[in-house]
Ligand binder design. Structure first.
Ligand SMILES: Cc1cc2nc3c(=O)[nH]c(=O)nc-3n(C[C@H](O)[C@H](O)[C@H](O)COP(=O)(O)OP(=O)(O)OC[C@H]3O[C@@H](n4cnc5c(N)ncnc54)[C@H](O)[C@@H]3O)c2cc1C
Length: 344
């Protein structure tokens, strides 16, 4: 006989695990299915803003680095800021995944790994080994290549391609860096996220709006200029979905990147995943739940999209606009405003 669950969550990334956690005190029978053996093996800069930590407070041992110093570079200028409270936190995604998983220990939520969903039927899902589970509600938390999203017939049209190296460093890298250079990265930028003994160095672009091969070549030119040698590190790349069409589709829900909730400008998606996972669980538990936090996420993404649109609109003047932005970023009032966007 097929096992029946009230809720099946497909995918154990930040969105799925946060969703599962929200159900942990409820009377519903909940099953989370993860195709991998562990959690969090996902290409990511591992940068989390204070907004993300408000949703999922993290103990110190999970955080690799608390960033107090940030530099924003344009082609010719640099703005630096030192804050008394961290502007960003970096984590190892596998450590984060294991931590989120541990929060489900001792709860009634059932978690099954090595459990890839390969088919979705009307009221059941089927795993690679043929096992089928029945559900009343289905939550697609299965990331960029979401099978649940495909089942709903929602193609991902808006996406970024992210490139990244994880490079070992001899001593802790002291600052977060954002490097804008219109000729190399178009409207996007390259980042350096310091972790304990590595730095995540990457950039991204929307392949509909810039040629990823050109951006990649520009990225390597910049690494060269910046005297960053990736050594034996491997350049990894992965898409990021920012094609949001909603979270609720009858008894099926989408959260995180499956819902296209990442930012098309910064590529940031963990905060959005945590919030949407939590809010969707609350919507299932209480159909009258007002998902205000999800509205805040959508507003946040819209603000970032407007910045991206401004850079696109600037066309050949984009470089000048970036120089101007860095001049402004040296002003205390604007720094405070920008910091506020990434915190509460
Ligand atoms: C280069 C790069 C750098 C990035 N840097 C940052 C950053 O610094 N900060 C930030 O906030 N975001 C960053 N992101 C984005 C971030 O990684 C994602 O937005 C985030 O991981 C999305 O979380 P999620 O839970 O929605 O999906 P995912 O983290 O993708 O998790 C989906 C899970 O579902 C599982 N799964 C998939 N299909 C199935 C199936 N059929 N059956 C069962 N399980 C399945 C997967 O194994 C995975 O565990 C970056 C992305 C890239 C590409």
């Amino acid at each position: 006989m097929m096992e029946e669950f009230d809720v099946i969550i497909v995918g154990g990334g930040p969105a799925g695990l946060q969703c599962a956690r929200e159900f942990s005190g409820s009377a519903l029978r909940v099953l989370l299915l993860e195709k991998q053996e562990g959690f969090g093996d996902k290409l990511c800069g591992g940068g989390l803003t204070t907004k993300a930590l408000d949703v999922l407070p993290l103990p110190d041992h999970i955080i690799e680095q608390k960033i107090l110093r940030t530099f924003i570079h344009s082609r010719r200028r640099k703005a630096g800021t030192v804050t008394s409270v961290p502007a960003l936190f970096t984590v190892d995604r596998r450590v984060l995944g294991a931590y989120q998983r541990s929060l489900l220990d001792g709860t009634a939520v059932e978690v099954r790994t090595n459990s890839q969903v390969v088919e979705i039927r009307d009221k059941s899902v089927v795993l690679k080994d043929g096992t089928a589970y029945g559900f009343s509600y289905l939550v697609g938390a299965d990331g960029y290549s979401s099978m649940v999203r495909r089942h709903l017939g929602l193609k991902v049209k808006k996406k970024l391609i992210g490139f990244q190296y994880s490079i070992p460093v001899k001593q802790e890298y002291p600052a977060l860096e954002i490097n804008m250079d219109a000729r190399r990265f178009s409207v996007w930028y390259a980042w350096i996220f310091p972790h304990g003994d590595t730095i995540a160095v990457g950039c991204c672009c929307d392949p509909r709006k810039a040629d990823p091969q050109k951006i990649k070549a520009g990225f390597h030119d910049w690494l060269n200029d910046r005297k960053i040698d990736p050594g034996d590190a491997r350049l990894e790349s992965y898409p990021i979905a920012y094609d949001y069409r909603g979270v609720k589709f009858d008894n099926t829900f989408l959260v995180g990147e499956a819902a296209g909730l990442a930012s098309g400008f910064t590529g940031e998606g963990v905060y959005q995943s945590l919030v949407s996972g939590q809010e969707v669980a609350r919507m299932i538990l209480d159909p009258m739940h007002k998902a205000d936090k999800l509205d805040q996420v959508l507003k946040y993404n819209r603000i970032l999209e407007r910045v991206m649109a401004l850079f696109r609109w600037a066309g050949p003047l984009r470089g000048a606009l970036q120089e101007f932005l860095v001049i402004l970023m040296n002003k205390e009032w604007l720094r405070k405003k920008v910091n506020a966007q990434f915190s509460r």
